[in-house]
Structure formats: C-alpha cells, structure tokens
Design a protein around this ligand. Sequence first.
Ligand SMILES: [Zn+2]
Ligand SMILES: [Zn+2]
Length: 386
Amino acid sequence: MDCVLDDNETLIAELTALRRNLHCAPEISGEEEETAARMAQWLHDCDADDIVTGLGGHGVVGIFDSGEAGPAILFRCELDALPIHETGSPAWRSGIAGKGHMCGHDGHMAVICGLARRLQARRPARGRVVLLFQPAEETGAGARGVVEDERFASIRPDFAFGLHNLPGMKLGQAAIREGSLCFASEGMTIHLTGWTSHAAHPEDGRSPAAAMTDLVTRLPRLPETLGIEPGDALVTLSHARLGEPAFGISPGEARVMATLRSRTDALQEKLMTAARDMAVAAAEAAGLGIDIETSERFAACFNDAGATAMVRDACAQAGIACADIDGPFRWSEDFGVFGSVCPSAFFVLGAGEGHPQLHNPDYDFPDEIIPAGLAIFEQIARGQCG
Ligand SMILES: [Zn+2]
Ligand SMILES: [Zn+2]
C-alpha cells in the first residue's frame, strides 16, 4: 500500500487523539450511531476489504482479507459508554451531561483502530483478520445481537479475542486464566400483587409483605440452599419496594429485584430456575399474583486453552508480562457469547494500581496502555495470519 504508517510514535499519538475525541462524545448502549459511523470511516480510511455496518444494532465489522486460505481471527472492542456523569476534569472530558466513557471502551476502540492501521501497512498473508466494534456491551445485549445477526454467519471466526482494562492492576501488565474468567449474570424482577385495604382493616385486603420479606431473606441464601460450592454463585438483592408511602393503606403490591451470578452458564440456569420456583411458591402460598421479568443476561466468559496459550505467547513475544488470574471474576462481560461461536480468550490489561475503578465517575482510560493492547493483538494476528 502507498499509505504506510510505520512510525510507531506517530501512530500512538494518532490513537491517543482518537481516544480522547471518543471520550468527549460518549453514546450509551443502543445509541452508538455516531461512534459506529466514525469507526466505519476509520476502517474505510485503513482500506479494509469489507465493512459491515448495523450489525446487531450499531455494530461495525472491518475485514482484512488476504484472499488466501487460512484462519479467520476476530478481535472485538465495544462502542458504548455509560449513563454516568463524569466528575473528572481532563481537557477531553465528556461533552454530554449524564453520559461518560467510564468503562474505557474508548480506549479499547483506539487499540482496535491501531490494529486496523497496522493491517493497512502490512496486509495479512493468509486468512482473514476481523475487527469487530460491538454495540451495547453494558446491557449484555450487544454480543448476542451481533452473533444472532444473520450476516454474522458469513464471518465465521475460527478464534475470537478481546481485552478489558483493569484498575487496581499494574499499568500495562496483562493477566489471563484458562477456563472460567467472568461469571454469568442476569437480573430478576419479581412483582407480587395482592389487593389494598384500609390500614385499619388489613384483613379485608391481601398484603404481599410477608411473601416479600420471605423472598428478601431467602433469595441471597439460595446458592447455599442448592448446595452450590461457596464462591461459585451469588444472589445480590438490588431493590425492594412494598406498597406506597402512605399510613392509611395496607399494601397491595410489592417488587423485589435481585442479580443472580454464577461461574458457568449451566449453574446459572439452575440458579435462575430455583429463584423463579421459590418466588412462585411464595406467591402461591400467600394467594398473591406474580409476574417475573428477567433482563441484562450475560453469558459466562470461558477461555479456551488454545486461545489462552495464543495470548500468553503474544505477550511473551511483545515483551509484556502476563500474570495468571487466581479465580474467575464475579463481574460479567458479554464477550462470553463469542465462546459459543468459536474458541475464544479474553484477558485484562492493568490500568494502574491507584486508578479510579471502572464505572467510577472520575474514571478515565489510561492512554499509556494503548501500545500494550495493540502489541498483543497484533502478535496474535501475525502469528495466525502473517
Ligand atoms: Zn462497564
Ligand atoms: Zn467495559
């Protein structure tokens, strides 16, 4: 190609400027229209052979195709920001009140944009490199939307890779583990309906108070009740409400919200079913109506042994320390969905020990780790596709 950018410093400066621009204009899950358009333009400027837009929402894919036989290697980043008001004051702070890139997805995009530049400068020799800008990670809907989009079928990746920056870990250091990496998770909202009555005559109504407090007490203990190994699952109550704040009414309605998390998808299914059964039984025993809604379902993230070894090798070749993670993280990451499509691996990259945590209002992606993320992804791509 004629437009060869081989000056690493120039590229890193370009990516840093891009990252800060993205930070300034955050778009939340499902609304990533402008960000997606920018990424598609970037891929176009990098001479990607094929660009697919509107994948599973606002998803964008850029394909660098050697035209030769070989593996298809997918690298994924996320387009979405969060409904969090930024309190930090970098020059590139969010220009939109109440919205901010507080998870560092702006930085992850910059890394993938860097890989596009590298592939433009030196095309893959075999197979295909697929760069995916996934929408709606924060709600757990995006990865599933992409994979279920019928156009994803033609992409058929052989391996998928992703990374997340991680505050609390040494700046620029990588870490991974084989097997379970992140928990599956899903939100459950339980509505109980009885009927109201005068507070002087609760016997004329049907209050859901007892059933609600029963669920509030027993739901968090559900993993233990099911005999699940401690540390493999948990239920966290996130909200509960009974009736209205009025002294004259015996309540006729209640709501309980909980997040259920497990180490594997199979365990998660067992936990969800048991929670549902428990709620239905509590409602029936009290003669109440019940309605259960579930939302924000994240698959567990499971690292394939071969793909994990590829990440470790890439780190070694790039001269980046790669630590072993002891046990799976309790948080969730919808990258897990790609594990159902092909062997995949997800790793973390340290954002610095004293760095504000993900989703803190003063969080800002550390630009210093863009080169490390880019080097690891490029090593993997070159190792497979030349
Ligand atoms: Zn996040
Ligand atoms: Zn994130």
